[in-house]
Design a protein around this ligand. Structure first.
Ligand SMILES: CSC[C@@H](O)[C@@H](O)C(=O)COP(=O)(O)O
Ligand SMILES: [Zn+2]
Length: 196
C-alpha cells in the first residue's frame, strides 16, 4: 500500500508534469496525525523527492525535516485548522487561473459544464456554481482571513493573479478537484476568445 508521503510525492510530480508549477511555483501538503507534511520552500517540483517534504504541526511549526517550509505553509496550516474534513491541499500556478482570477476578482461562474460534477456536491451540468476568488497577499494571516470570510469553499479557491488552491478530504479527491478546476478554467478562458 502507498504511504501518505509516497502518495503526496506522486501528486506533486503529476502536477509538475502538467506544467502547473513553473519556476518553483506551487506548494503541496497532506494532513498527518501529528500535523501536516508540506513542501519545503523554493524546490523544483519536477524533481521532488522525500527530503523536500517537512513535517509541521497545525501551528505551522516544523517538527522534522531540513530547510524552510513553503512560504505559504501557514495558509495550509490555517486551512487544516479551519476545516477538519480537509486532508490535502494542492496549490498550483497555472496560466488560466492566473489570468481569470485577475479578470474576475469576485469569483468565476461556471454553468453547463459536465465537468462541474467532479466538484464535490455537484450532480448535474445544469446548475451554476461560483468558484471563489480571494485577494492575494504576502501576509499569510491576511490571506487566511480572506479565505475564512468566504468559507465554506468545498473544492478550493483561486487567489487573484496567483493560482489555484484545491482542497479535498483525501489526496485523490484533492487531485480530482485540482484537475477539474484547471479543466473548467481552461474552458472559460477558451470561450472568452470566442467573442473577440
Ligand atoms: C516562484 S513565485 C511563487 C511563490 O511566491 C509562491 O506563491 C509559491 O507558490 C511557491 O513558494 P514556496 O515557498 O516554494 O512554496
Ligand atoms: Zn503560490
Amino acid at each position: 500500500m502507498m504511504t501518505l508521503q509516497t502518495e503526496l510525492l506522486a501528486a506533486i510530480s503529476w502536477a509538475a508534469q502538467q506544467g502547473w508549477t513553473p519556476a518553483t511555483g506551487g506548494n503541496f501538503s497532506a494532513r498527518t496525525e501529528a500535523g501536516y507534511l508540506v513542501t519545503a520552500s523554493g524546490r523544483d517540483k519536477t524533481r521532488i523527492q522525500a527530503d523536500d517534504l517537512l513535517l509541521c504541526d497545525l501551528d505551522g511549526r516544523v517538527l522534522s525535516g531540513d530547510g524552510k517550509p513553503s512560504a505559504e505553509s501557514d495558509l495550509h496550516a490555517a486551512l487544516y485548522r479551519l476545516d477538519p474534513t480537509i486532508n490535502c491541499v494542492l496549490h498550483t500556478h497555472t496560466l488560466a487561473s492566473t489570468v481569470l482570477s485577475r479578470r474576475f476578482p469576485n469569483g468565476i461562474e461556471l454553468s453547463g459544464f459536465e465537468m462541474q460534477k467532479a466538484l464535490q456536491g455537484n450532480v448535474t451540468h445544469d446548475a451554476s456554481v461560483l468558484l471563489p476568488v480571494v485577494p492575494n497577499s504576502q501576509d499569510m494571516d491576511e490571506l487566511a482571513e480572506h479565505v475564512r470570510s468566504g468559507w465554506p469553499m468545498p473544492w478550493g479557491f483561486l487567489v487573484t493573479g496567483h493560482g489555484i488552491y484545491a482542497v479535498g478530504d483525501s489526496i485523490a479527491s484533492c487531485r480530482r478537484h485540482l484537475e477539474a478546476i484547471e479543466f473548467l478554467l481552461s474552458c472559460v478562458l477558451e470561450e472568452s476568445r470566442w467573442s473577440k
